[in-house]
Ligand binder design. Sequence first.
Ligand SMILES: NC(=O)c1ccc[n+]([C@@H]2O[C@H](COP(=O)([O-])OP(=O)(O)OC[C@H]3O[C@@H](n4cnc5c(N)ncnc54)[C@H](O)[C@@H]3O)[C@@H](O)[C@H]2O)c1
Length: 271
Amino acid sequence: MKLHGKSVLVTGAASGIGRAIARRVANEGPSVVVCVDKNESGASAVSNEIAAAGTPSYSVAVDLADREAIELLASVVTERSGGTDVLFANAGVSFGGGLDTLEEAWQTSWEVNVMAQVRLARSFLPGMIERGGGYIVNTASAAGLLTNLGGLSYSVTKHGSVALSEWMAITHARDNIKVSVLCPMGVRTNMLFPEEGRQNEEHRLAQAAVLEAGDVLEPEVVADKVLEAMDAEQFLILPHESVRGFYSFRANDTDKWIASMARYQQRLGGA
Ligand SMILES: NC(=O)c1ccc[n+]([C@@H]2O[C@H](COP(=O)([O-])OP(=O)(O)OC[C@H]3O[C@@H](n4cnc5c(N)ncnc54)[C@H](O)[C@@H]3O)[C@@H](O)[C@H]2O)c1
């Protein structure tokens, strides 16, 4: 799908991958780019920058863990710009930790990484169908196809995001709704490189695993790959080509895959 003339909404637009996607999309001549984030000043800085360069854009501050706030977002967007043709459900959270992960961290991961994508689709899909079709890109992670060493709640919820995307791609093909799921490995953003002092042991393990497994891509490179894949309407967006090999290894010889991942984890010191 080409984005020229389309009404586009990006969540997690205040920083990292979402900001890069919003900026990249703005170059394609969309009718509007709506920047959504709980970080109000970050999202408005991005929409102001896009608008100053000549593409209509505005921001909406939303906590995507809040169901009612997402419903309100849909009515604000319908009123201000008539709906959304292309939805990037990109915002996400990551908590390091295993079975000891706090209930609150599980809940936030579930709300933001999975339910926000369900609720955004529920809110925006009927309008897309009415207009004859649309495109939804959910950001999951390579952790949604493989596993995230040191990050249990992240692995589980990102698998949920991949499952949701696959289900929607199959079920709404009849409505001319295209769906893609973005599954990168390491990307240079605040999530992978948090501020000093905000990392725990598990986060350090997750970071070490990602840094050793492949290149860390710049968010701009990921945004380019996303638009290329949308042009070709590919379901699986893998900015790191090696993830395809890991994914097929996992499917073809799951026991060997698990044994090799366990050795990898022990080598990284996360036994
Ligand atoms: N950075 C990586 O290595 C990497 C790898 C794979 C997948 N991802 C995924 O990419 C997506 C974007 O993350 P990023 O790497 O750009 O990190 P980031 O921290 O730079 O951006 C995440 C954005 O989401 C927003 N956000 C978080 N919780 C929110 C909430 N409740 N309501 C509204 N906004 C919220 C944050 O304010 C932030 O602007 C996430 O879904 C993440 O899981 C990142």
